[in-house]
Design a protein around this ligand. Structure first.
Ligand code: ZN
Length: 344
């Protein structure tokens, strides 16, 4: 007999004690496509000129230093040229022009935030404020981009990348007059996260918002399969021996706390509270929005979304752009209460 147990449902009774969370958790799974974010005044990508607001924030020099994780060298590169290498690395160039512009403004803001916070070097790469890897925001040179794409990619798409950066030149995001740290990620799974549910700090512009247009993301749904024994061994190798066996996992694994964005903050395994982030790392999952399905001696871990879930969803931005929203609307949707301003 197929012993198929869906733990998420087993623990549903527990979730009923926190009704708002349980609604978010399950609603999202079954009603993912959601409703339009802004029902009125949809712009159909029409770009009004961003607010004629200016900030005194600016960069001291047109040239910036970037630590190259691959070569351990420091590259000196033009500020806006660097952004082109970020936009092309962080988003597929096939994305809608408005999504690419949203990425360009986010990348510029992130860079300036880093330059101001770490003018002499970030603690993990002390020679430069930003690096070329995932640790900061991914940057690739033109040669690397050409080598990693199909023949003809450069001719077809480079001008589109340039346009995204040049048409938004100097534009950055501020909140209450200050530059923001515009975190972004691949795919939220339907709703983004409050910053304090993922990192320690509650940031007013990094609030949980709907992200309903991620249907095209290849990372929307993920799956990891392992044997029950491997699952138990991995858990016990980190957290010590527990009273968990193939035939009692459904009783021993309980859902703890769920974030407003629908991701798992904690689960309880045999009375041990373990964070969703630790489980994500332990089983190399795409996100902390996961559930377990056991079939006999195999466990499948299903995930929704990809990345930390805070700030702008890149696939959500693409979906919004296809729905007719322009880059300003996309940015203001994902970063609560921000303004788009021009650097002097
Ligand atoms: Zn870095």
């Amino acid at each position: 007999m197929l012993n198929r147990l869906i733990y998420a449902f087993v623990v549903f009774a527990m979730l009923l004690t926190i009704p708002n969370m349980s609604l978010n958790f399950f609603e999202k799974k079954f009603n993912f496509t959601g409703e339009a974010i802004v029902k009125e005044n949809k712009s159909k990508n029409a770009n009004t000129k961003p607010e004629e607001k200016h900030t005194t924030d600016t960069y001291e020099s047109e040239l910036i230093k970037v630590y190259n994780n691959k070569t351990n060298d420091v590259i000196v590169i033009d500020f806006e040229e660097y952004l082109k290498g970020v936009v092309a690395s962080e988003m597929p160039a096939e994305f809608h022009a408005e999504a690419l512009k949203a990425q360009a403004v986010s990348a510029r803001t992130y860079l300036l935030y880093r330059l101001k916070k770490y003018p002499n070097g970030q603690p993990e790469h002390t020679k430069a404020p930003v690096c070329t890897g995932n640790h900061c925001q991914v940057w690739s040179s033109k040669d690397e981009l050409i080598a990693s794409h199909y023949d003809g990619w450069y001719d077809e798409y480079w001008s589109k990348i340039e346009e995204a950066v040049e048409s938004t030149k100097g534009q950055i995001l501020t909140y209450a007059g200050k530059i923001i740290e515009p975190l972004y990620h691949s795919t939220s799974g339907g709703r983004t996260e409050n910053s304090e549910d993922v990192f320690s700090l509650a940031v007013p512009y990094l609030r949980s918002v709907e992200s309903p247009y991620e249907g095209d993301s290849p990372k929307l749904n993920g799956s990891v399969k392992i044997t029950t024994n491997e699952f138990i061994d991995k858990i016990e190798s980190v957290y010590g021996d527990m009273d968990i066996r193939e035939d009692n996992l459904d009783e021993k694994i309980l859902l703890g706390e769920v974030s407003e964005g629908g991701k798992i903050k904690t689960i309880i395994i045999d009375n041990n509270e373990i964070s969703g982030r630790e489980i994500r790392s332990l089983f190399n999952l795409n996100s902390t929005n996961f559930s377990f399905i056991q079939s006999g001696n195999e466990i499948e871990i299903l995930t929704t979304g990809y990345g930390h879930g805070v700030g702008m969803s890149q696939w959500g931005a693409e979906g919004m752009a296809k729905e007719g929203y322009n880059y300003q609307e996309i940015l203001k949707h994902y970063y609560t209460g921000v303004e788009i301003v021009n650097m002097k």
